[in-house]
Design a protein around this ligand. Structure first.
Ligand SMILES: Cc1cc2nc3c(=O)[nH]c(=O)nc-3n(C[C@H](O)[C@H](O)[C@H](O)COP(=O)(O)O)c2cc1C
Length: 413
């Protein structure tokens, strides 16, 4: 606590209480252009504007589920700077008028949970959390809740179900959680990094923050870079860099000086890119990469694979994860993810059949009718269903010939 405070922790929270000006917080965050860092990229201030004024209590829920393969940036904040999260929670709760905030952490984050709980205890002892905070009349309780390790509980409505003590399955939307959320009351769900960023925006000023980045992708974000790079890790990136700068500059290039084969610029759930000038010169910009290359930046994971990697094995391993994590509430995901996994298993283990790639596309169309299009269309309740379809579409787009060679189409023809 002392070290965090020496670094300025809770100074902005004190300033917020001193100013007692909710509109100021709102205006600065809106001017900053901050978009949620949990993967859906929704503008944070616009979410706040959607809160109904219906007299019901409002809840703030912090999403620290972080269950997606290769996404590990929130963990760094939870374990390394828990007071930054607690301060961000205080400020956001104040903005939306919530007196009870929940920090939902994936079950495996034992260390993070301990550190965040300790930070809350220390903040309470110092008077930054609790009743009548610093004499302001504002009350706030923060509850840490550990999930049981289901990926679907990162989806905001499934998370809310889980918080309510039910089995984590997504709700059918509408209504959105902002209108009917936790305990059927208005609820703002935000990612850990989003919440931590709010304090910095108030310190810098929203307009100043918006000068960082590019277009509607303002500011910086934490990126978790993994795979066959020389320097994997979590990096704070400014939007607007090229993917080449990120992979070959920041992450040091491909280990053992091998060639890059392909990479997943938005992590496990979204379409892949390959070693081409067009893809490497693409700017790290949420909307631009989607418009030009049909993929997105997700929750900030970048997975990199070298020349020796079998894309079928990668696709199968990802599909296995999604099939395992499908909650089973809707049929296309429950059945389709399992079928995709089974077909990819045989394709990646030398048992592929000549029409397997077409079978994959056919199964995928039951989940995402326009399979090759991204952002994907979906027949499922939530976007978990289309996630393995991204791998299928990527195989079709970039590796069809390699897949056919592996599965014997040419031999049979
Ligand atoms: C299957 C699935 C898993 C998700 N997992 C997470 C997660 O672990 N953390 C997160 O912040 N958002 C996750 N999301 C996105 C949330 O539903 C939601 O958009 C986000 O928490 C909102 O916060 P933000 O606006 O700050 O990004 C997930 C979505 C889906 C469909």
């Amino acid at each position: 606590m002392q070290r965090a405070q020496a670094d300025g922790a809770y100074e902005m929270w004190k300033e917020v209480l001193r100013r007692a000006d909710v509109q100021w917080i709102h205006d600065e965050v809106k001017a900053s252009g901050l978009r949620g860092r949990g993967g859906a990229n929704f503008p944070t201030a616009i979410k706040w504007e959607s809160l109904p004024d219906n007299g019901l209590p409002r809840h703030l829920v912090i999403n620290g589920d972080e269950g997606e393969p290769s996404t590990f940036k929130d963990r760094v904040l939870l374990e390394g700077d828990p007071h930054a999260l607690v301060e961000g929670v205080c400020i956001e709760a104040y903005r939306i008028g919530s007196h009870r905030a929940f920090i939902y952490l994936r079950g495996e984050f034992a260390l993070g949970a301990d550190r965040v709980q300790q930070a809350i205890n220390e903040a309470r002892a110092a008077g930054f959390v609790g009743t009548n905070i610093l004499g302001s009349g504002f009350d706030l309780e923060i509850v840490v809740h550990r999930g049981a390790g289901a990926y679907i509980c990162g989806e905001e409505s499934a998370l809310i179900e889980s918080l309510e003590g039910k089995r984590g399955m997504p709700r059918i939307k509408p209504p959105l959680p902002i209108h009917v959320g936790l305990y059927s009351q208005p609820t703002v769900v935000n990612n850990v990094e989003t919440v931590c960023t709010i304090t910095h925006i108030l310190k810098m000023g929203g307009a100043e923050y918006a000068k960082l980045g590019v277009n509607r992708s303002t500011g910086t974000r934490l990126a978790a870079i993994s795979g066959h790079v020389k320097q994997p890790g979590v990096y704070e990136l400014e939007f607007g860099m090229t993917l080449r700068d990120i992979i070959f500059g920041i992450a040091g290039g491909i280990r053992d000086d091998k060639q890059l084969k392909f990479f997943l610029p938005g992590g496990a759930s979204f379409q892949w890119l390959i070693n081409s000038d067009e893809h490497l010169d693409q700017v790290y910009d949420i909307d631009d990469i989607s418009a030009k290359l049909g993929t997105t930046l997700g929750s900030g994971a970048i997975m990199v694979y070298d020349q020796d990697t079998d894309p079928l094995l990668v696709a199968w391993r990802l599909a296995k994860f999604y099939a395992h994590e499908s909650c089973g509430k809707c049929t296309p995901c429950r059945e389709g993810s399992g079928w995709i996994e089974k077909v990819l298993y045989r394709m990646s283990h030398g048992l592929g059949r000549p029409n397997d790639m077409d079978a994959l596309l056919d199964i995928s169309a039951g989940i995402s009718p326009d399979v090759m299009k991204a952002p994907f269309t979906q027949t499922t309740i939530c976007p978990l269903g289309p996630s393995p379809v991204s791998a299928v579409a990527s195989l079709q787009k970039w590796f069809r010939a390699e897949v056919e060679a592996a599965c014997g189409t040419e031999a049979q023809a």
